[in-house]
Design a protein around this ligand. Structure first.
Ligand code: NAP
Ligand code: GCO
Length: 263
């Protein structure tokens, strides 16, 4: 079972002050990894550091906007100097804007693409050279149900996450010969701040219509929890997945396999 041990590995998880990134980073820490994370401002980084410390995890946090290539290159150089070469990268940072496409500005569309697709390119490009020198590396891109499906109001997000699926496959294709495995995790609908608007109780105390819809579309009949993603992430970060490459591991309670319950 040592194949799942991450001891001696440095893991960078982007946007990991809370939410899915925090859970994945915490799980990797418990598997032995040294955790490094970034977030968009010092307040969030401090919030994350306090949370990791409360969980007994010694993490290092840095302020960095993942869309800023110069800042990302400086961050990776600083991590390599202060912590060590990054063995595991989780491209987790992401945003969503839920706006009907014809009402969405090009600027809003570009912003989502910038964070959810351009940034994983930028950060992966920054860490791959040292992974090649070291002779191994793991890149895990946090994809989505929207890597496979569309729905109203999430055109930019679906385009980005669909692109992220193919960027995952291309990094696999281009760098697999250097013993770098690049895979994706496709979470289903997970209880985090990002999906909180879809789960808000209605004024009459009833469940949000979208909440009820997702329950009917999920064989597990529940929203996912961030902890549901930890095992899959540790697997893809570990030696247990050294011959798994270009794969999107959907952790969705069965949504993609299911036509949905008859009303
Ligand atoms: P979240 O709660 O909104 O957290 C996203 C994190 O990324 C936040 O800390 C956020 O900081 C950070 N971030 C955003 N833009 C950034 C930037 N430019 N530079 C650095 N950090 C940035 O989201 P989540 O639900 O945990 O989702 C994490 C990832 O999983 C995202 O890629 C999301 O698309 C994906 N995902 C989520 C679900 C779900 O159901 N929740 C399902 C599938 C996939 P701020 O607070 O400043 O924005
Ligand atoms: C939405 C949700 C989804 C989830 C996730 C599903 O508005 O449909 O935010 O996009 O965030 O990506 O996998």
């Amino acid at each position: 079972m040592n194949m799942f041990d991450l001891s001696g590995k440095v893991a960078l998880v982007t946007g990991a002050s809370y939410g899915i990134g925090y859970a994945i980073a915490s799980g990797m820490a418990k598997a032995g990894a040294k955790i490094v994370f970034n977030d968009i401002n010092q307040e969030l980084v401090d919030k994350g550091l306090a949370a990791y410390a409360a969980d007994g995890i010694e993490a290092k946090g840095y302020v960095c906007d993942v869309t800023d290539e110069e800042a990302v290159n400086a961050l990776v150089a600083k991590i390599e100097e202060e912590v060590g070469v990054i063995d595991i990268l989780v491209n987790n940072a992401g945003i969503i804007k839920r706006i009907p496409m014809c009402d969405m500005s090009a600027a809003d569309f570009r912003k989502v693409i910038d964070v959810d697709l351009n940034a994983p390119f930028i950060v992966s490009k920054a860490v791959i050279p040292s992974m090649i020198k070291k002779g191994h590396g793991k890149i895990i891109n946090i994809c989505s149900m929207m890597s496979e499906l569309g729905r109203e109001t999430v055109s930019a997000y679906a385009a980005a996450k669909g692109g992220l699926k193919m960027l995952t496959r291309n990094i696999c294709s281009e760098y697999g010969e250097h013993n770098i495995q690049c895979n994706g995790i496709g979470p289903g609908y997970i209880e985090t701040p990002q999906t909180a608007p879809l789960r808000e109780r209605q004024p009459d105390g009833s469940r949000h219509p979208f909440d009820q819809f997702i329950i009917s579309k999920t064989p597990a009949a529940r929203w996912g929890k961030t902890d549901d993603l930890v095992g899959p992430a540790v697997f893809l970060a570990s030696d247990a997945s050294n011959f798994v490459n270009g794969h999107i591991l959907y952790v969705d309670g069965g949504i993609l396999a299911y036509i949905g319950k008859q009303p």
